[in-house]
Design a protein. Structure first.
Length: 109
């Protein structure tokens, strides 16, 4: 399923699990005091993508925009940190010259 297309769809806006989470959270962020009543946008964060398009209670969490961005950033950072580093393979198209000219000290400043 195309995530961006789904999040922009009526199916997502009318998703029963999404609507129940917003109501259970009283249209407020679960992490801070921001609420829709105070003018904040309350978004619904996917805790898992296992059932994308068929979410159930517990798959989603109501968050304000800033908290949603922070949580997503933290989770991406953890994911990247846990992944193995990419091994670079020498390519005949890549030049292995130094980045700086050691014979011209003034040009390296």
């Amino acid at each position: 399923m195309d995530y961006v297309k789904y999040i922009s769809s009526t199916a997502w806006r009318d998703n029963p699990a999404r609507l129940r989470e917003l109501e259970a959270a009283r249209f407020a962020c679960r992490l801070c005091p921001n609420s829709a009543a105070e003018g904040y946008s309350i978004e619904v964060h996917h805790r898992t993508y296992e059932r994308l398009g068929c979410e159930v209670d517990g798959d989603l969490t109501a968050l304000c925009g800033p908290c949603h961005q922070g949580v997503t950033s933290m989770l991406r950072t953890r994911s990247y940190a846990a992944s193995a580093p990419i091994e670079l393979v020498e390519s005949p198209n890549v030049r292995s010259e130094p980045l700086f000219d050691p014979t011209n000290p003034g040009a390296n400043e």
